[in-house]
Design a binder for this molecule. Structure first.
Ligand SMILES: Cc1cc2nc3c(=O)[nH]c(=O)nc-3n(C[C@H](O)[C@H](O)[C@H](O)COP(=O)(O)OP(=O)(O)OC[C@H]3O[C@@H](n4cnc5c(N)ncnc54)[C@H](O)[C@@H]3O)c2cc1C
Ligand code: SF4
Length: 479
C-alpha cells in the first residue's frame, strides 16, 4: 500500500470551493471552482483503499475508484485518466452531475465512520478535465473497419456511449437526432450552472472525429419510419429518452403562461448557446422581473428554480407536496437552490390556477404526511380548510416525464412496450421484440440518470456486437 493513502484521519474533507452566491447568480457558469492539482492529490489520499470498495459497488459503471484515487494521490494523472475512462465514456460529465450522495460517495466507508466521504466526483472531474487540457483525450484509432452499420436513434448519453463503444470495434455508426445539436438532455435539459455546454460539445466533436456520423434535425417517425431505418442498417438502437411531460389536471390548467419544464429549460439553454429564441426574446419564456412558481421536487424542478433566479425573477417559489426529507431531488441541488434565494413551500399542493387569460395566482392546499403508501413513502394528505393563495406570472410544471407513444410515432405498431410505455426489451440482451432492434437509457428505464444511460449504452453495445457477429457468420453460411 502506498504511504500516500489513508490520510482521512489527519486530512479533512474539502470540496472545490463554490463561487460566491451573489456572484454565481449573475451568470449561468458552473458554480464549483476547479481543484488545483495539490488539492486533488491531497483529497484523493484520504481514500482508505477498502478491500471491498462500496463506492465502486454503488457506482453504476463499477468505476475502479480506489485505484484512480491512488494514482491521483501519487501524481500519476495520465494513468488515473486512462483508468477512469476505461469504464466511463464521459467521466467529466458524471463527475459534475451524478448525485454522488446517493451513489459512490454515499457509500464511502470513511463517510460511514464519520470522517466525511472522499470527494470522488470532484476528483473524477479534475482528472478528466486535466486530460482534455493536456491533450490525452485522443480520437479512436479504429484498427479494422467493418462493413456492418448501426443506426442509433437519439444522441443522448445512452446513444453516444453505445455509438462510441461500437465505433471502437470498427462498426459504421450513424446517430440520428431530432434536435439540431447532439447531447440529448445534456445539451437542452441540464442547465449550464451544473454542466457547461463546452464540456458536452468537445465530447460530441470528438465522437465526430472518431468517424461517427451525426444526422441532426432528423425525427424518426417523421423523416423516416423505423422500418426504413431497419432496411438501411444491420442493427438499430433506440435511445430516445422520455419527453412526455406529466400533466396537472386542475381547474385553470389551460391558462397562458403555464409551461412544462422542458420548454422553459430548452429556451434558456438555447439562449445560452447563442441562438435566437423568439419566445425568450419576447419575454414569454423569460423569468425576468416575474413571480415564478415551480411545481415539483425533483432535479428538473431544481434546475427550473435556479434558472429563474439567474434570469432575475422577482420571486421564485417551489411547491412540493412532501417535506424536505422526502424530496426526490439531490440534497446538494436543494441546498444550492436555498442558498440562491429560492423559497420552498414544503407540504403544499396546487388546487386551482386563477387568472383571466393568463395565470395570475394559484390556490394551494396545505398537506400533511399520512401513513406510508405501498412504496414506503408517507402519503401526502390534504389538510381541510388550509387553502392559501400564491401570486404567479409564470408557472412551471416539473412533475416528471413519461415515454412518448413510440409505436405510434415510429409507425411501428408491432414494437412492444410495457404498461408504462417504456420499450419492452429482453433484460439480458436489451433487444426489443423486433429482431435487430435494441433499446437503452431512459426509454427503457423511465426517467433516470446520466450514469445509468451510459451504463446501458455500454451494455447494449456488447449485445449489438454479439448480434452483428452472428449475422455476419450467418451471411457467410448462406453465401
Ligand atoms: C432538467 C433535467 C435535469 C437533469 N439533471 C440530471 C442530473 O443532474 N444528473 C443526472 O445524472 N441526470 C439528470 N437528468 C436525467 C438525465 O438527463 C437522463 O437520465 C439522461 O439524459 C437519459 O439519457 P438518454 O440517452 O436515455 O436520453 P436523452 O438524454 O433524453 O436523449 C434522447 C435523445 O433522443 C432524441 N430523440 C427523441 N425522439 C427522437 C426521434 N423520434 N427521432 C430522433 N431523435 C429523437 C432526443 O432529441 C434526445 O437528443 C436530468 C434530466 C432533466 C430533464
Ligand atoms: S460515475 Fe458517478 S457514481 Fe460513478 S464514480 Fe463517477 S460520480 Fe460516482
Amino acid at each position: 500500500m502506498s504511504d500516500k493513502m489513508l490520510k482521512f484521519v489527519k486530512i479533512g474533507q474539502q470540496n472545490p470551493p463554490k463561487r460566491d452566491i451573489s456572484n454565481r447568480k449573475e451568470d449561468f457558469n458552473e458554480i464549483y471552482k476547479d481543484f488545483i492539482k495539490e488539492k486533488a492529490g491531497e483529497q484523493s489520499s484520504r481514500c482508505s483503499q477498502c478491500g471491498v470498495p462500496f463506492c465502486q459497488v454503488h457506482c453504476p459503471l463499477n468505476n475502479n475508484i480506489p485505484d484512480w484515487l491512488k494514482l491521483t494521490a501519487e501524481g500519476r494523472l495520465k494513468e488515473a485518466y486512462e483508468l477512469a475512462q476505461s469504464t466511463n465514456n464521459m467521466p467529466e460529465v458524471c463527475g459534475r452531475i451524478c448525485p454522488q450522495d446517493r451513489l459512490c460517495e454515499g457509500n464511502c466507508v470513511i463517510e460511514q465512520s464519520g470522517h466525511g466521504t472522499v470527494t470522488i466526483g470532484s476528483v473524477e472531474k479534475y482528472i478528466t478535465d486535466t486530460a482534455w487540457k493536456e491533450g490525452w483525450v485522443k480520437p479512436i484509432n479504429v484498427k479494422k473497419e467493418k462493413n456492418q452499420s448501426v443506426g442509433i436513434i437519439g444522441a443522448g448519453p445512452a446513444g453516444l456511449a453505445a455509438g462510441e463503444q461500437l465505433r471502437k470495434l470498427g462498426y459504421q455508426i450513424t446517430i440520428y437526432d431530432r434536435y439540431d445539436r447532439s447531447g440529448g438532455l445534456l445539451i437542452y435539459g441540464i442547465p449550464n450552472f451544473k454542466l457547461e455546454k463546452f464540456v458536452v460539445e468537445r465530447r460530441t466533436d470528438m465522437l465526430e472525429k472518431n468517424g461517427i456520423k451525426f444526422v441532426q434535425n432528423f425525427e424518426v417517425g417523421k423523416d423516416a419510419t423505423l422500418d426504413q431505418l431497419r432496411e438501411k442498417h444491420d442493427a438499430i438502437l433506440i435511445a430516445t429518452g422520455v419527453y412526455k411531460a406529466r400533466e396537472i389536471n386542475l381547474p385553470g390548467k389551460d391558462l397562458a403562461n403555464i409551461f412544462p419544464a422542458m420548454e422553459f429549460l430548452t429556451a434558456s439553454n438555447k439562449k445560452g448557446l447563442g441562438d435566437d429564441v423568439e419566445l425568450f426574446d419576447n419575454g414569454t419564456l423569460n423569468a425576468e422581473g416575474k413571480d415564478i412558481v415551480v411545481i415539483g421536487g425533483g432535479d428538473t424542478a431544481m434546475d427550473c428554480v435556479r434558472t429563474s433566479v439567474r434570469q432575475n425573477a422577482k420571486s421564485v417559489k417551489c411547491l412540493y407536496r412532501r417535506d424536505k426529507e422526502n424530496m426526490p431531488g439531490s440534497a446538494r441541488e436543494v441546498a444550492n437552490a436555498e442558498e440562491e434565494g429560492v423559497e420552498f413551500v414544503w407540504l403544499s399542493s396546487p388546487k386551482e390556477f386563477i387568472g383571466k387569460n393568463k395565470v395570475e395566482s394559484l390556490i394551494v392546499d396545505r398537506i400533511k404526511l399520512g401513513e406510508p403508501d405501498e412504496s414506503g413513502r408517507k402519503k401526502p394528505e390534504i389538510q381541510e380548510n388550509s387553502q392559501f393563495n400564491i401570486k404567479a406570472d409564470i408557472v412551471i410544471k416539473a412533475l416528471g416525464f413519461d415515454p412518448e407513444n413510440l409505436p405510434k410515432l415510429f409507425n411501428s405498431n408491432n414494437l412492444q412496450v410495457t404498461k408504462w410505455g417504456t420499450l419492452k426489451v429482453d433484460f439480458d440482451t436489451m433487444e426489443s421484440n423486433l429482431p435487430g432492434v435494441f433499446a437503452a437509457g431512459d426509454i427503457v428505464r423511465g426517467a433516470s440518470l446520466v450514469v445509468w444511460a451510459i451504463k446501458d449504452g455500454r451494455d447494449v453495445a456488447e449485445s449489438i456486437k454479439f448480434f452483428l457477429e452472428n449475422k455476419a457468420r450467418e451471411s457467410i453460411k448462406v453465401a
